[in-house]
Design a binder for this molecule. Structure first.
Ligand code: ADP
Length: 182
């Protein structure tokens, strides 16, 4: 049986990895699918290609996991999969449940798609991509919360910001030196 793990994965976290690793032991194949929406393109830290590269790096050691992308309704994507494929979602806490329950019911109603939930280990229950992005944007250490591929990508992403700031400061210093009277 095959499972499809859909999400934004901006970027993949240790919580996602935990769900994925558990699923890879249960299902014959797991496809991690980055769902994209052209209207939401600018709302992500990482581009679609970057998120897929990070995912490929993070899942390279899992032979029955592949990475894909789809822009559209999840049920349309599911209809293209091998018959009997299920949607895989992760649950952290009760707070995820209400939203996930609604989506799962809707996907069954509009596309006859079945959803299977896997709970990550409790140590990951506080980890979310948004919190990881927030911490990393201030240069905090997220290495425990994300796989290495995500940590490296976050460092690269924010290294650019720091480099830009340094360049701006250097320009300001130079401007002050060129106008010594001020
Ligand atoms: P989406 O934007 O569709 O919620 P995400 O990439 O944020 O996509 O998450 C994909 C799936 O992984 C969702 O089912 C989400 O609840 C689950 N998930 C996210 N973080 C964790 C975590 N720390 N532990 C377990 N499941 C998680």
């Amino acid at each position: 049986m095959n499972a499809v793990f859909p999400g934004s994965f901006d970027p993949i976290t240790s919580g996602h990895m935990d769900v994925l690793t558990r699923a890879a032991k249960i299902f014959d194949h797991v496809t991690v699918t980055v769902m994209h929406n052209a209207r939401k393109q600018g709302r992500h830290l990482f581009t679609l290609e970057e998120r897929m590269d990070i995912l490929r790096g993070a899942t390279a050691h899992l032979p029955n996991v592949r990475v894909d992308t789809f822009g559209g309704l999840l049920v349309d994507y599911m209809a293209r999969q091998e018959p009997g494929s299920v949607i895989l979602r992760g649950l952290r806490a009760v707070s995820d449940y209400e939203y996930e329950l609604q989506i799962a019911h809707l996907n069954r109603q509009i596309g006859d798609a079945e959803t299977v939930f896997i709970m990550a280990a409790t140590r990951w229950s506080f980890v979310s991509s948004s919190m990881v992005r927030e911490i990393a944007s201030y240069g905090g250490d997220v290495s425990e919360m994300v796989p290495r591929a995500s940590a490296a990508a976050l460092r690269r992403k924010h290294a650019d910001v720091y480099a830009e700031r340094e360049a701006e400061k250097a320009e300001q210093r130079q401007a002050q030196q060129e106008q010594p009277g001020r």
